[in-house]
Write a protein that binds this ligand. Structure first.
Ligand code: 5GP
Ligand code: ZN
Length: 115
């Protein structure tokens, strides 16, 4: 828990959010500024700043991020249409919240290419 981190505050319940799913390792909630009909953030309950701070001991958490991405896609019924799972990392990516998170974005045809 980092007391200055908005996602830690959402995980602890100090800051409100539209929670889609929560378990002992990860929390999923709707992005406050959605870019598509479905825009859910899946975050580890542990404060990890970004992919660049991931440790080998965190591997089980990263696996859970993907299985919960699948789960929330099923909850929002976007599996058949497909979706994008994005993890921004560091300044060039535009990462603005330094608590690792996976964006699950779908529900419409998404623009491509990226970058
Ligand atoms: P990043 O650019 O770091 O990959 O994405 C951060 C995302 O977090 C943005 O899409 C932004 O809208 C979302 N976000 C930032 N603060 C909050 C918040 O307090 N609540 C929620 N639900 N989303 C937030
Ligand atoms: Zn945090």
């Amino acid at each position: 828990m980092n007391p200055a981190c908005p996602f830690c505050k959402i995980i602890s319940g100090e800051l409100p959010a539209s929670i889609v799913y929560k378990d002992e390792l990860v929390t999923a909630f709707r992005d406050i500024h959605p870019v598509a009909p479905t825009h859910i953030l899946v975050v580890p309950n542990k404060h990890i700043q970004s992919v660049s701070q991931v440790e080998t001991e965190d591997e089980h958490i990263l696996g859970r991020l993907f299985s919960v991405a699948r789960k929330v896609a099923e909850i929002d019924q976007i599996t058949a249409g497909g979706y994008r799972a994005i993890v921004n990392t560091g300044p060039h990516s535009g990462q603005t919240v330094f608590h690792l998170h996976m964006h699950v974005i779908g529900g419409q045809h998404l623009k491509f290419p990226m970058g």
